[in-house]
Structures are given as structure tokens and as C-alpha cells.
Design a protein around this ligand. Structure first.
Ligand code: ZN
Length: 274
């Protein structure tokens, strides 16, 4: 399957907030992630159309509850002749979801991931991204400052640093890159390179090399490593076999390349405890 081919499918769901049954869309088929597909240095796979990424979020036509599509229950009705999810501009769906998240005090990390996806979706829809970039930085900084979650904080710190560089906030970016440590499990030369770009006041987006994509998204399993490599790596970082296909059809956006597989947020309660 070509990386430019996608099949979007209508499904029926019921709203977790008001129980309305309606039709929404999910990507039914996408090309699998490979090391040769374009991935930018802020760790997102470049998709050819904003329409694909926008399927991550669904809006209820009855009560406007907007959240990850996988949190809506599948319903047995055929998705024909029933209410349909509102036809909203692709990136704006993520703004609706952020509002729902704020209203319900949903987890800060979800809001940050929604803002990140809104930014990437705006890019993929050829729209102005400046407001999205500002929002993504704001939401990500809030999430990082919240101490109730643990995993991969350093990788999020790296993404925040890269977003600061992309937005031209170079001094802040350099400071943020300096806070990225080994637990981010990212190639040191990547971190050094992005920091170097920030010090040269370069805010251009950069694609990862195939080797970097391989290292980050297809890490070797522990039994594939030489003894020397084993010593260098922590077992916990290696036993995690990363599923890298972008598939909302598997009903879990956190397993998709847009968020969980590259950023690995922790398993967490829906609501923040603060
Ligand atoms: Zn609803």
C-alpha cells in the first residue's frame, strides 16, 4: 500500500456523555509505518492529508462532547440514515476536544497530545500553524509541570524543546533541550543537532534520517543486542516493543504513531487528580 493511500470508513458510535448514536469516521486502512516514511524531528509521522489525522477525534452532534474517537463506544447500527458527526474543519476538531478536556478536567497529557495533533493536522491541511504551535507549547508545558505522571517525561521535554525552536523561541529551546536526559531514549546526535539549530536561530522543520526513525520507532529488542549494547541500554527501555502502525481502526489512538508509540504516555486515569 502506498504511503499516500488511505481508506476512511464510516462507523456508528454512541456518545459516552449523552448516549446519542451517530456516524463518524475512522481510517480503516493506512500504510504501515516504516523507517523510510517521513517523520519530523518533533517525532510525528507526516501524513499527506489533515483528514486522516482528524479522524482521531469525534464530535457528538447532540451534546458536542469531543474526544478521542476510541473513547466512543461502537454501536451495531449501520452508519446510514442516522445523525452524523458535525462537519468541522479538520484541525478545529482538536480545538473542540481540548475544550471538552478543560471542561471535564480530563488528563493534562491528553490535552497536550490533542494540541500537538491539532498543530500537525493544521500543517497537513496547509493552514497557518502559528496559533496551534503556541497552544501546543502551552498545553505541553502545563502537562510537563504536572508531577502526577511519570513515564517518558524526558521525551516530552524534548518535543517541547523542538516546538520552542520551531516557534522561534530559541533561548527557551536551548534551555529546554538541556533538560532532556537519557530516559528520553533518543539518539544524542539528534538532541545535539536540534540544539545546535536553535543556537543558530534556525526554526525550519527538519526530517529525521531513516536511521534515526529506525532507532526511535523500531528499537532493537534485548535479544537482538550485542553484549556491549546491552550494557549501554536499560532493560526497561528495550523490552517495550513499540507498535508503530498508525491505526485508529484498532480503537486505540494511544497506539498510533501520532502519540503513544512515539511519546509513550503512561497508563493513567481519565481525570486528573488535581
Ligand atoms: Zn453527546
Amino acid at each position: 500500500m502506498s504511503p499516500f493511500e488511505f481508506i476512511i470508513q464510516a462507523i456508528s458510535v454512541s456518545c459516552p456523555s449523552c448516549n446519542e448514536v451517530f456516524a463518524t469516521q475512522i481510517p480503516f486502512k493506512m500504510s504501515e509505518m516504516t523507517a523510510t516514511l517521513p517523520v519530523e524531528a518533533d517525532l510525528h509521522r507526516v501524513l499527506p492529508y489533515g483528514a486522516v489525522r482528524s479522524c482521531l477525534v469525534t464530535i457528538c452532534p447532540q451534546c458536542q462532547h469531543s474526544w478521542w474517537t476510541n473513547t466512543f463506544n461502537r454501536h451495531y447500527f449501520l452508519p446510514v440514515g442516522i445523525a452524523i458527526t458535525p462537519d468541522v474543519d479538520h484541525p478545529k476538531k482538536f480545538a473542540h476536544a481540548i475544550l471538552t478536556g478543560r471542561k471535564n478536567n480530563f488528563h493534562l497529557l491528553d490535552r497536550a497530545l490533542l494540541a500537538l495533533n491539532g498543530y500537525w493536522c493544521a500543517k497537513e491541511s496547509n493552514q497557518d500553524t502559528s496559533k496551534w504551535l503556541t497552544l501546543a507549547i502551552q498545553e505541553l508545558a502545563i502537562a510537563i509541570n504536572d508531577s502526577i505522571w511519570q513515564n517518558n517525561r524526558s521525551r516530552y521535554q524534548y518535543v517541547l524543546a523542538e516546538l520552542l525552536r520551531l516557534s522561534g523561541r530559541f533561548e527557551q529551546a536551548i534551555t529546554a533541550f538541556a533538560l532532556v536526559n537519557n530516559s528520553a531514549n533518543l539518539p544524542q546526535e539528534l538532541i545535539d543537532n536540534q540544539k545546535n539549530l536553535a543556537s543558530k536561530k534556525n526554526s525550519d522543520p527538519v526530517l529525521l534520517t531513516n536511521k534515526q526513525v529506525q532507532q526511535i520507532f523500531f528499537p532493537k529488542l534485548i535479544n537482538e543486542l550485542s553484549n556491549e549494547e546491552k550494557e549501554k541500554q536499560e532493560v526497561t527501555q528495550l523490552t517495550e516493543k513499540i507498535q508503530s502502525d498508525f491505526s485508529v481502526a484498532n480503537n486505540n489512538p494511544f497506539d498510533s504513531i501520532t502519540n503513544r508509540s512515539n511519546l509513550l504516555p503512561p497508563k493513567r486515569p481519565l481525570k486528573a487528580t488535581v
